[in-house]
Design a protein around this ligand. Structure first.
Ligand code: DAT
Ligand code: MG
Length: 151
């Protein structure tokens, strides 16, 4: 159904490189609905909980340091199959494996500087949205374009 939601974040490298508008445009132009957006500088604890499943990986501390190196643009996007499609729009974790045309395939080279995050399942999307946003930050509105996007 069209109310599926995903958590997308522009990482500090994406912000520094001036890719905020371009990354937002990819989701907007596809037809997805933006329901929340904010720029944040989260605590180490917040980031460690976000990446909880990666605790113990050799790159974990470096990943957290990097995510703390500057502001992040956190967003929630809504629409049909948006979790899976969001991952496809981002491209593979390692940008060298990302298809050209994807965000990482267009804008990144190193795995540790892959410019954006996207939830990997509906379950993790729910967890991540609740972790990054309060309920009152999620805007409930009607996308007027909906009948031009969905049949
Ligand atoms: P994704 O961001 O595609 O969901 P992930 O959840 O496996 O990938 O890892 C989270 C982030 O951690 C990833 O975007 C970049 C970093 N990372 C993952 N694997 C890495 C590795 N082998 N070396 C360095 N950084 C890595
Ligand atoms: Mg992941």
């Amino acid at each position: 159904d069209t109310v599926e939601r995903t958590f997308i974040a522009i990482k500090p490298d994406g912000v520094q490189r001036g890719l905020v508008a371009k990354i937002i445009a990819v989701f907007e132009q596809r037809g997805y609905k933006l329901v929340a957006i904010k720029m944040v500088c989260p605590s180490r604890e917040h980031l460690e909980v976000h990446y909880d499943d990666l605790r113990g990986k050799p790159f974990f501390q470096g990943l957290i340091e990097f995510m703390k190196s500057g502001p992040i643009v956190a967003m929630v996007w809504e629409g049909l199959d948006v979790v899976r499609q969001g991952r496809k729009l981002l491209g593979a974790t390692n940008p060298l494996e990302s298809e050209p045309g994807t965000i990482r395939g267009n804008f990144a080279i190193d795995t540790g500087r892959n410019v954006c995050h996207g939830s990997d399942s509906v379950k993790s999307a729910k967890r991540e949205i609740a972790h990054w946003f309060n309920n009152d930050e999620l805007c409930d509105y009607n996308l007027e374009l909906k009948k031009s996007i969905y049949e």
